[in-house]
Design a binder for this molecule. Structure first.
Ligand code: GLU
Length: 492
């Protein structure tokens, strides 16, 4: 949803302009984030524009996926547009370009022009017959109802260059003769991406176009269109590609779910950790810090520090997530206030079928936060707090690892059953009571605590013992220790 605070002091206006033809790709998410950071850093305006003019490829599911992904990131925007609602503006801009002589009617039947994209790499640059068609004849054929596309009249002649400056890639220049007379309007009257994009960018007073490097070559055409509509071109900044470890451009077809934002969400990434990770793909702060909060990213972000080389996302068949992303996620998890982390864990417990009360989860969260890399790890790390019955475990686990036996473990549990009913359930009392009991049994703390820990958690690898006992409460602890004691009874 657009942000409700309308007053923005700066003049900077940037836009994120996804085409709703697929799910939200991690590369698109990075483009959104860089635009957002640029806008917020400069106290400017963030525009979301759905480039939804390709009716054959647009899907509602894609629109949903884009909004779902952006909502998860938690970054707001200030204005929202749909390109499909602005077609009249695009058409009238095309006609104005035509009227100024910078475009011409192409009466080639649509099916014959279909090969345009591929032929632009080859011989087909423009159709001189139609480009030079006298205006009267062009008018006459149009009036007679003959369908036509409108094509930009790219300036021709040796030495003519089309140029623009890119904030990342520097001065860009290309011989005009290598640019085909590209379409502005198709013969069905619909504007092309190039036209709609530039007309909207001009109309929405966009000051910086920050987008993927795959649009760098399109920008020569865009520079011509801005000239054609008499608007100053915004500043361009193209972002390096995200690539797989083998250097191939990240694509769903080739790389599967790892390129979708929701994969990170569902695995239990914190949005701020994911944002932090994406920002380091193609950008780095001047001081090369890696862990950055959203506020730190906002104040550090400048286009000067965007680099040109492709950014590698490291993943393998077995491990879909880059080690840096996972590491940052752990750091962000530990940096989050406990209340917020706890609220973020709640849906993962719900999804796993636990009824975890917010109060109890809040008490459990500090005990597991050091132990999880993904939010969803919390469920397996803390399930025993919420299960009415522990999942079955091997009673041999109850036996202290170093030189213990079942009889020793049983004595520990029996002692615990004797002292815990009268021990206050606070850290110091438990600590003192259990250590004193260990001494009287002639044991060190380790062999004393292990049987109790396994009895109440069902595993050796668990959070700190006393805190865990306090959260579970005396009754649950006693019941579980009693059960464990009986299991051992059948072993000695
Ligand atoms: N709709 C285009 C895309 O999704 C936008 C490109 C641009 O930012 O101009 O690739």
């Amino acid at each position: 949803m657009p942000d409700s605070t309308p007053s923005k002091s700066g003049n900077v206006r940037v836009r994120f302009a996804p085409s709703p033809t697929g799910f939200l790709h991690v590369g698109s998410a990075r483009t959104f984030i860089f635009n957002w950071l640029y806008a917020r850093h400069n106290h400017g305006t963030m525009v979301l524009r759905l480039d939804d003019t390709d009716v054959e490829r647009n899907t509602d599911a894609s629109v949903q996926s884009i909004f779902e992904g952006l909502r998860w990131l938690g970054l707001s925007w200030d204005e929202e547009y749909k390109q499909s609602e602005r077609l009249a503006l695009h058409r009238s801009a095309a006609h104005a370009i035509f009227a100024s002589g910078l475009a011409y009617r192409d009466f080639t039947p649509a099916h014959a022009a279909e090969g345009e994209a591929s032929s632009s790499q080859g011989a087909w640059l423009f159709n001189p017959g139609l480009r030079e068609l006298p205006r009267e004849e062009s008018d006459r054929r149009a009036a007679a109802g003959e369908p036509f596309a409108l094509r930009y009249r790219v300036p021709r002649g040796e030495g003519r260059m089309v140029q623009f400056h890119d904030a990342v890639y520097g001065p860009m220049s290309k011989p005009a003769d290598e640019i085909e007379d590209f379409a502005l309007l198709r013969s069905d009257g619909n504007p092309t991406y190039h036209l709609s994009s530039c007309v909207d960018d001009a109309d929405l007073r966009i000051t910086q176009i920050i987008r993927g490097q795959d649009h760098l070559t399109n920008t020569f055409k865009h520079a011509l269109i801005f000239e054609g509509i008499g608007a100053a071109a915004p500043q361009f900044a193209h972002l390096p590609l995200l690539v797989a470890p083998d250097g191939a451009k990240l694509s769903k077809r080739k790389h599967g779910p790892v390129v979708s934002v929701t994969t990170y969400r569902d695995a239990g990434f914190l949005p701020d950790a994911f944002i932090n990770f994406l920002c380091l793909l193609g950008w780095s702060p001047k001081d090369d810090r890696e862990f950055l909060t959203l506020d730190e990213l906002t104040s550090a972000f400048t286009l000067e520090n965007v680099n040109r080389s492709n950014a590698v996302v490291n993943f393998t068949e077995e491990d879909p997530f880059d080690a840096k992303a996972v590491h940052l996620n752990g750091e962000h998890i530990r940096a989050l206030p406990v209340e917020e982390l706890s609220a973020r864990l709640q849906p993962f417990f719900e999804q796993a079928g636990f009824s975890a009360s917010p109060e109890k989860l809040l008490a459990v969260t500090p005990l597991i936060r050091e132990r999880i890399k993904f939010l969803k790890d919390a469920v397996s790390a803390a399930d025993f707090f919420f299960l009415p019955q522990l999942a079955p475990y091997d009673p041999a686990e109850l036996i202290p690892s170093k030189g213990g036996d079942a009889a020793m473990a049983r004595r520990v549990l029996q002692t615990a059953l004797e002292i815990l009913p009268a021990t206050p359930f606070d850290h110091d009392s438990l600590d003192q009571a259990l250590r004193t009991a260990a001494t009287s049994l002639g044991l060190k703390a380790g062999p004393m605590f292990q049987p109790i820990r396994v009895a109440i958690c069902g595993r050796k690898n668990a959070p700190p013992l006393f805190e865990t006992m306090i959260v579970l409460g005396r009754d649950v602890c006693l019941a579980r220790i009693q059960q464990a004691e009986s299991k051992l009874g059948s072993m000695v």
